[in-house]
Ligand binder design. Structure first.
Ligand code: PLP
Length: 446
């Protein structure tokens, strides 16, 4: 059996192997009854000792994931009766063979060891009061750390008393929608459909605002209470907001007493130059800044932050209190520790290198035949195709999951394309995913 296992860097070998095997069983990559390689063979393949593999097998046998039969080697155990239903349901969900969907970073790069150290230190040093109900704005330790980081890395004017820690950027958007109580909210077209739905379900009226090669078109904005934009790297077209548009947008907000909501979801990842600072720095009194750990660390943390104009701090804090009181505290303290110790910066730098290489490989693989649209940034790229439906049909046959531009338009748009999430695959799976994309785009061999 050819077994591809991803062991997260920084984990101990045995612990990493155990986790990788557990994941493979849970994900259905290893089906019940499947025979595992002999310990000697897997040890050779992974470059670890045979004792390490044996210990990992024994641990998973003890946990019930594997069984060992005399003379038959080690097999994946039949599904336990109690958990069979959810596990089967999960196994039935189509897991794409190649995953280039936009939205997630390579979660295999999660800095598990650094996070563990940060959690340990956070718990060891937290005052007892940290275990009580907390401030709806979030822990002061994290707000102080974010204040310094956002000022330094993104040019955000972020005094701690204007920061609200949220459960991801999406909660920031939901809280703001609630505060705006049924107002018109302009959103980029094309843009993230999920965020449109969040605004709609929160009672906001979504108004489309077109995007061209200079970013969001400010001229036709009209009179909404707020406009939600992705200035650093427009999602999904990948363009950056032109300097003249940045000025026009902040001028528009000041003139109308309106808000600009800056979704800075991947602002740390720019590859061709220093990142352009956040728009918020130009008009801190008119811009609501949304940040997130979802791209830099992982969406599972559900940690995001808002930096608010002074007049919105009270209303948003009140909405947060009546939504979920405050964000889970220990994660906040761990993130504060990660930022303070600069482990966060080190991790972001390492990821920047990794994603930059991936984007370069994508551009190289597409060659002259298909152009990657937008700037060298972020974790996704738009590849225009004239025949989206046909390309997606070929992708389905190949087992390749990839984003479609069509899904991002408010109403049927003119341009068609693929939104390629090159950050998503585990490191070892990326070359195969690129090859699948090349086949789907009929590019021939590299
Ligand atoms: C455009 C955009 N904004 C924000 C986010 C992050 O959202 P959250 O912090 O809620 O995970 C994403 C994630 O996919 C995104 O694509």
């Amino acid at each position: 059996m050819d077994l591809h296992l991803e062991v997260i860097a920084g984990e101990g070998r045995r612990v990493g192997l155990e986790r990788a095997l557990r994941d493979a069983v849970r994900d259905g990559q290893l089906a019940p009854g499947a025979r595992l390689p002999a310990t000697r063979r897997l040890a050779e393949e992974l470059g670890v000792s045979r004792g390490t593999v044996k210990a990992a097998y024994d641990q998973l046998i003890a946990e019930g994931f594997l069984t060992a039969r005399q003379g038959a080697g080690t097999e994946v155990a039949p599904l336990p009766a109690l958990d069979a239903a959810p596990l089967k349901a999960a196994a039935r969900a189509p897991v794409p063979r190649f995953d280039l969907r936009p939205g997630s970073p390579d979660v295999g790069a999660f800095p598990a060891a650094a996070w563990l150290r940060a959690v340990r230190r956070a718990v060891a040093t937290a005052p007892v009061s940290a275990y009580d109900y907390g401030d709806p704005l979030g822990r002061i330790e994290l707000r102080v750390a974010l204040s310094e980081y956002l000022g330094r890395a993104r040019g955000v004017v972020a005094p701690p008393e204007r920061i609200v820690v949220t459960s991801g950027a999406v909660q920031g958007l939901a809280l703001l929608t609630r505060v705006l109580a049924g107002a018109d909210v302009a959103m980029e077209d094309p843009g993230l459909p999920f965020h449109r739905e969040v605004v709609r379900r929160g009672g906001g009226r979504v108004v489309p605002v077109p995007v061209d090669e200079r970013g969001v078109e400010v001229d036709g904005l009209g009179d909404p209470a707020a406009v939600v934009v992705t200035p650093a790297h427009q999602y999904p077209t990948g363009v950056t907001l032109h300097p003249s548009r940045r000025r026009a947008l902040t001028d528009w907000a000041r003139a109308r007493g309106a808000l600009v909501v800056e979704d800075d979801y991947d602002g740390e990842f720019r590859y061709d130059r220093q990142p352009v600072g956040a728009l918020q720095g130009m008009a801190p009194d008119r811009v609501v800044y949304l940040g997130t750990a979802s791209k830099t660390l992982g969406p599972a943390l559900r940690l995001g932050w808002m930096v608010l104009p002074p007049h919105l701090v009270g209303p948003v804090a009140d909405a947060k209190l009546h939504s979920d009181h405050s964000t889970e505290t220990l994660g906040q303290l761990a993130l504060a520790e990660l930022i303070r110790s600069h482990a966060y910066d080190r991790h972001v730098r390492a990821c920047r290198l990794r994603y930059r290489r991936r984007r370069d490989r994508l551009v190289e693989r597409l060659g002259q035949r298909r152009r990657v649209q937008g700037i060298a940034a972020g974790l996704h790229a738009l590849v225009e195709v004239g025949d989206e439906a046909a390309v997606l049909a070929r992708a389905a046959v190949e087992g390749l999951a990839v984003g479609s531009l069509r899904e991002h338009w408010h109403t049927a748009g003119s341009r068609e394309g693929l939104v390629v999430g090159y950050g998503t695959p585990r490191e070892g799976a990326y070359p195969g995913a690129l090859d699948a994309l090349a086949r789907v785009l009929e590019l021939g061999h590299s």
